[in-house]
Write a protein that binds this ligand. Sequence first.
Ligand code: GLU
Length: 378
Amino acid sequence: MNQNAANQEMTSFESGDTWVIKIGSSLLTNGGQGLAIDAMALWVEQIVKLRHAGVKTVLVSSGAVAEGMNRLNMKKRPHSLALLQAAAAVGQMGLVQAYESLFQKFDIHTAQVLLTHADLRSRERYINARGTLKNLLDLGVIPVVNENDTVVTDEIQFGDNDTLAALVSNLIGANTLLLLTDQKGLYDSDPRKSNEAALVRQRRANDPDLVGMAGEGGEWGRGGMVTKIKAGRIAARGGANTVIAHGLQEDVISLLHKGEVMGTLLMADKAVLASRKQWLAGLAAQGRIYLDAGAVTVLREKGRSLLPIGVKRVDGRFTRGEIVACLDESGMEVARGLINYDHEESAAICGRSSVDIQSILGYAGEEELIHRDNLVIV
Ligand code: GLU
């Protein structure tokens, strides 16, 4: 791939629509009688249409515990976390098998991605996971994400993958997080208890009144509206709008993509995005890299990622995923961000085209030294 092609590929990821669609356990389980394959086939069909419309889509699917319970003939959700984890490990096989064969009908590959919250808190793992997902999307693959329930219990206990989906949304810089559930959206009071309950159409994700409106989760999954509202807030930090909608509403994904108003929209606002950048700017820099004048202009005026070719010199010791300050030729700080290579690797590839990274380092890492999502102008 030449530099131009590499840039184009990056641009296509950065500028296109990217959606994270999360499907909850209650929708996937057929009331505890195995996976709801017919419904899954309809979602898959709509996701394929989305992809053909140019939207990159990551699917976050729960349902592993529920499918595992079904396969293991467990009539009631076990209380023991270790048993729930065992059920998830069994059920995950059925889940990925089902998605793989449903997408295969459209000649689309799926990829199993098992993540934990801790993976996304660690800067190095964050960058690794981001790189993998970016490449999967560029390859036209649909990543199917679930929590790695064998090693952690966050979503089994609290979230039914709502939080994980929001973290994934920030990870890949998605602009839409769609949470499909067995409710039409968020109601201003519990619709099971009151006929007066009205659907909330649109709110700011950070509206403090939202949590007061949310009820509890169902029997098959954990995620009530509370975790969905929290997920909306997390996604808003990365600039994504969240939609909570009924997964069995006909053509729900396609209609939302066409702009139809349904479910509850939790909107991100720019001030929150700015605060994430402030957080990044406030971290102590572990090293310094000196940019040429062209790179300074590209960063300041175009908001692009920093490529190794724009770097003249590397100073200090740092590892992959640490914060470095980006200085202009006079030593003035221009930006800071999370770097994709350690100080030795950075020194080796600076001033060179990204296509040469593999021959210099002996492996192909990211094309950019600092991705623009991990970069803040100071
Ligand atoms: N990751 C879990 C699953 O896929 C979360 C849902 C649950 O706890 O039921 O099954």
